[in-house]
Design a binder for this molecule. Sequence first.
Ligand SMILES: Cc1cc2nc3c(=O)[nH]c(=O)nc-3n(C[C@H](O)[C@H](O)[C@H](O)COP(=O)(O)O)c2cc1C
Length: 328
Amino acid sequence: MRLPELKIGGFTARVPIVQGGMSVRVSRSSLAAAVAECGGIGTIGGSGIPLEELKADIRRAKEMTQGIIAVNIMFAIRDFAAAVLASIEAGVDMIVTGAGFSRDVFAVGEEHGVPVVSIVSSPQLARLAEKSGAAAIVVESTEAGGHLGTDEPLRELFPRVRELVTGVPLIAAGGISDGYDIAEMMGDYGADGVQMATRFVLTQECDVADAFKDMYRKAGRDDVVEMQSPVGLPGRAIRNPFLDELAEFGVVGDGRCKRVCLKKCTKSFCIIDRLDQSREGDVVGGLVFSGSEVWRYDDEPTVKELMDRLVSEAESAYRGRGVATARE
Ligand SMILES: Cc1cc2nc3c(=O)[nH]c(=O)nc-3n(C[C@H](O)[C@H](O)[C@H](O)COP(=O)(O)O)c2cc1C
């Protein structure tokens, strides 16, 4: 049995896998285009980089593939509206928003014919997103990497949202690590697709430093912890000396801000500096965001190898369950 397609707005992804956006240059055109080329949806992390760089990267991705390219923009950033418009101008296919909820973005998407996808972590917000005009909803649970909106596990949160939301595709996110998880979420829980991020960091096309990838490969189950982000939300990351210092003192650095990038910032540390540091290879002083299931991965396939593996695992598990799909 084949996995069903994922339809969002006027777009159809042949493979119902969305590669989640990872900001400050973790998911860029090289990764997103490779995922899109395999029939999934590739997402560029659009927060924490200059708008001209973001536009150039979206254009590059669009040149690299005919597949679907999305951009993820955090509502928490000060230039949220400008980043949405810049992405649309650069020709992005889809806008994905998380870390807060914007009501205005739906009208902007509609005006330009660009579907808007909301990332939510509660049934209430999912209902609001559906009513406001979201083309699809990502239900993100506590297992996810980066900023967290809930402490609820996916298999508890997702059914509560599924009960309330019927009119738009629902995409499950948080801790999905292989094709068997995909088959479970789609076959047993009624998800229309999945979003995965941590797994995609360990691919050849993800251009973070080798030290960042080594940190992922070496992480044990207990190394992934929750921390407090200056955004005012908890985040999930791999424990390192930087996080130990933050846990002990509550602040790291001089508290001075040179960017003013967030709408609200606790100034406990500069999140852009620390994310940039880790991506460039300083995994001692930088912040290494990661989902809870990172300890499961130690290989570094190409995106094509990974996507083929995910699809074949999911389809064999589907067959085992006897789940009927949309295309059969
Ligand atoms: C390194 C990293 C950076 C992330 N950055 C963002 C981001 O900028 N915006 C966002 O909405 N989600 C972000 N996320 C969350 C992912 O897009 C995704 O929804 C989540 O991690 C899914 O769980 P998984 O990583 O267990 O597959 C990030 C996740 C990781 C691991």
